[in-house]
Ligand binder design. Structure first.
Ligand code: SAH
Length: 211
């Protein structure tokens, strides 16, 4: 169930749902999602579904990971520096690490941040820096970022994240009140922020502070 065949089935499903970026499909096909969930769930790792990862959180559905990654990445090239808010189990982080030069990722729950860091190190991703804390504040020291991805939902984008976005940088986040969230893409132009709406989604909430 963790075989080449089940991964190919997932990629086929993503294509049929409209994901067309070949490189993103290749990266998803090469990333061992079964190593990001508990053993008892590994048989379901290549289904197009969200799964629990402990501490009341979930690994996002592969289609949503693919859509957010497509929104984040410009057609003509890949972002050099990406900031991710909500490391969770580190699956989206692993996808980004294969597409960007450097990934900075922040998780507010220590019980998730530590295993994710160990897992990504074991899998030999060496271009990721980890931070345990409140991602709503961003990570100013390493900014500005070409891309920012938030994998938890809120009524609006935290101001501090917009501040840390480079000119022409792209920010992707689920936005809206609980039950009515949609994926949003924001592009920071010299003249201001341009916003685009994607499909409806349901994410865990972006919370204050850390634990
Ligand atoms: N991309 C993750 C999705 C995890 S769910 C994955 O593929 O596993 C969203 C994550 O965002 C949770 O782990 C949650 O703890 C984290 N989160 C919520 N609010 C946060 C905040 N303010 N700062 C950092 N992480 C946050």
């Amino acid at each position: 169930m963790t075989s080449h065949r089940s991964r190919q089935r997932l990629v086929k499903k993503l294509k049929s749902e409209g994901i067309s970026n070949r490189l993103i499909l290749d990266v998803i096909s090469n990333t061992p999602r079964h190593l990001f969930v508990e053993n008892v769930l590994s048989a379901r790792a290549y289904d197009n579904t969200a799964l629990p990862i402990g501490s009341g959180q979930t690994i996002s559905q592969p289609l949503v990971v693919a859509m957010m990654t497509e929104m984040l990445i410009r057609k003509e090239g890949f972002p050099r520096k990406v900031l991710e808010i909500g490391t969770g189990c580190g699956y989206q982080t692993a996808i980004l690490a294969q597409l960007a030069d450097q990934v900075y990722t922040i998780e507010r729950i220590r019980a998730l941040a530590q295993p994710a860091m160990n897992r990504l190190y074991r899998l030999k991703y060496r271009n990721i820096q980890f931070h345990h804390g409140d991602g709503r504040l961003g990570w100013k020291e390493h900014g500005p970022y070409d891309g920012i991805i938030v994998t938890a939902g809120a009524a609006q984008v935290p101001d501090e994240l917009v501040t840390q976005l480079a000119t022409d940088g792209r920010l992707v986040m689920p936005v809206g009140p609980s039950g009515q969230q949609s994926l949003r893409l924001f592009i920071r132009h010299q003249e201001g922020l341009q916003s685009y709406s994607g499909c409806n989604v349901e994410f865990v909430p972006l919370l204050e502070g850390s634990e």
